[in-house]
Design a binder for this molecule. Structure first.
Ligand code: NDP
Length: 326
């Protein structure tokens, strides 16, 4: 079809947006023309206008149009894909409850707006933190959109895990398959080497070093964001944008054969993850739908880590329930 794919991006004037928009516009999701629909809060609209001037100046052949605004019901009208990047960052002295309620206001409103005006085939990817719980809030406030259309981003963690494993084993990133991030996109996430493969060999066996796995690999992946802030002086943005693209592209066009990806999606109780939480799983995608890879054996080590991360998600769900957000 030559109808443009309508893609909404929220927080479009932010750091991630500055990288994401140019990738989307230049064809990262395929040759189909794209219409960008960019949402920002009022004070950021002027800066967003500057970004749109730069988009114009790229003369991208795949960019069919750009619309900007601060009204979610206008911007989300007819969108096929919504990438929810904008979120309220944790400020000095802000408690966790303050953060959850600030983001709750954003994601309840955006869930309702998507419910009212998005296209019937809409897919919604949440990058803004706390991503899993923000996705849960949007999903719960959009009762007419199937729950399976919401996902939170753990693809950056997934890509970081692949990169760390490749460096450790001397393999190429393309030699690594079946990486999994389980749980929450937070420090409790569990990057799993017991089901990953390096050139067809079990990754934990290929590494052969449980101490590295526990004391280096897992914390390096989980704390990579902080390490980048420390080195760069600001948080990762280009890599977060790149992962947002990877996740959307695979969701719409399908994951590779003999491989899987990590996505935080609604649990139906798979792997004993409490029903209704948006938790990261190994998934395959095809025809715009995902399905959780089932039947993996989970040993005690992995079980404890998955349980710890999903317990944190359940706590966050309790907190936003108490705040009346869901
Ligand atoms: P960024 O573009 O750097 O980050 C946006 C969000 O993505 C943050 O919540 C951030 O989480 C999250 N994120 C997820 N993964 C990563 C990662 N690996 N590295 C860094 N961030 C990650 O933030 P900016 O402050 O530059 O931009 C945010 C924009 O959103 C602003 O322009 C603001 O005006 C806008 N906004 C728009 C809203 C709307 O459209 N209605 C609502 C709220 C904000 P974390 O905070 O943990 O770093």
């Amino acid at each position: 079809t030559s109808e443009p794919l309508k893609v909404a991006v929220t927080g479009a004037a932010g750091q991630i947006g500055y990288s994401l928009l140019f990738r989307l516009a230049s064809g990262a999701l395929g040759d189909r023309p794209i219409e960008l629909r960019l949402l920002e809060i009022e004070p950021a609209l002027k800066s967003l206008e500057g970004v749109v001037m730069e988009l114009d100046d790229c003369a991208f052949p795949t960019l069919a149009g750009v619309e900007i605004g601060a009204d979610a019901e206008k911007i989300f009208d007819g969108v096929n894909l919504a990438l929810l990047v904008g979120a309220r960052p944790r400020g000095p002295g802000m408690e966790r409850g303050d953060l959850l309620s600030a983001n709750g206001a954003i994601f309840t409103a955006q869930g309702k707006a998507l419910n009212a005006v998005a296209a019937d085939d809409v897919r919604i990817g949440v990058t803004g933190n706390p991503a899993n719980t923000n996705a849960l809030i949007a999903m719960t406030n959009a009762p007419d959109i199937p729950r399976e259309r919401f996902s939170a981003l753990t693809r950056l963690d997934h890509n970081r895990a692949i990169s760390q494993l490749a460096a450790k084993t001397g393999a190429k990133v393309t030699d690594i398959k079946k990486m999994t991030i389980w749980g929450n996109h937070s420090a409790t996430q569990y990057p799993d080497l017991f089901h990953a493969e390096v050139n067809g060999q079990n990754a934990a066996e290929a590494v052969g070093d449980q101490a590295w796995l526990e004391n280096d690999f897992i914390p390096t992946v989980a704390k990579r964001g902080a390490a980048i802030i420390e080195a760069r002086g600001s948080s990762s943005a280009a890599s977060a944008a790149s992962a947002t693209i990877d996740a959307a592209r695979d969701w719409l066009h399908g994951s590779a054969a003999d491989d899987w990806v990590s996505m935080a999606v609604v649990s139906h109780g798979e792997y004993d993850v409490p029903e209704g939480l948006i938790s990261s799983f190994p998934v395959t995608t095809s025809g715009g739908d995902w399905s959780i890879v089932e039947g993996l054996e989970i040993d005690e080590f992995s079980r404890a880590r998955i349980d710890a991360s999903t317990a944190e998600l359940a706590d966050e769900r309790n907190a936003v329930t108490e705040l009346g957000l869901i």
